[in-house]
Design a protein around this ligand. Sequence first.
Ligand code: PEP
Ligand code: MN
Length: 278
Amino acid sequence: MGITCGSHFVQMGNIMLESLKLTTREFHKENTIVEVGGVRIGGDEPVIIAGPCAVESYEQMIKTALAARKAGAKLLRGGAYKPRTSPYDFQGLGKEGLRILSKVKKESGMPVVSEILEVADLPLFEDIDILQVGSRNMQNTALLKALGRQNKPVLLKNGVASSYEEWLAAAEYIMDEGNSNVILCERGIRTFETYTRNTLDIAAVPIMKKLSHLPIIVDPSHGTGWRDLVKPMALASLAAGADGIMLEMHCNPEEALSDGLQSLDISEFEELMSKIRR
Ligand code: PEP
Ligand code: MN
């Protein structure tokens, strides 16, 4: 896939590698392993990240965290700041949500992943272990640069209509500022199909493995939008070589304030985990 034309024009597929010096394998051969709270992402074991779309209450989070941990999840997710499509939808608990995450992290011992929307919020995320950049912010260069100037791992989702090259360029923004702890997360793309919420691009896994040394995980919840599709797509993603899965799980999906239709309940999550182990 790598073609060298002259001394400074390098192409792989249709990706220009010249300006992707930090993210591509061309310039950094070994796999990058991101370590957080004793968990290794990009190592031999796939890592499962589970939790609700949004932090709704302490009771919801502790119940979900303990069930997720018991079933084998290594990290807990939960959004305190939610970038919802409609301004009238639940926007997250904000600072209170982060306080809940911090308490649940202490009590469960699970490192937490949460989405950051604004550079100015960075000090509030002191207790958050992995900072998520959502699909809508993949090309927010001010945010990417700010996350590059601190050293917590960044989970970078692909934009709904971004190319692999643009996705890697976004990771390059973070790394260029000095932070090499970047985890890619495939979360589905926008296609002509309307049956599913997004089209999960599982090919992104082997493609990114080939192009980049960064770990890549898959989010089958946003990638499909439907609970029933999460299990098969999670298994397919791991079969394709993903370093992990991040999925939405809720102790009571019917009552979820966001993304209930794509959230597994506790027993569905346990079932998936036993399939993954097998
Ligand atoms: C999320 O993880 O809840 C989220 C908003 O994801 P995305 O950016 O992929 O839409
Ligand atoms: Mn969600």
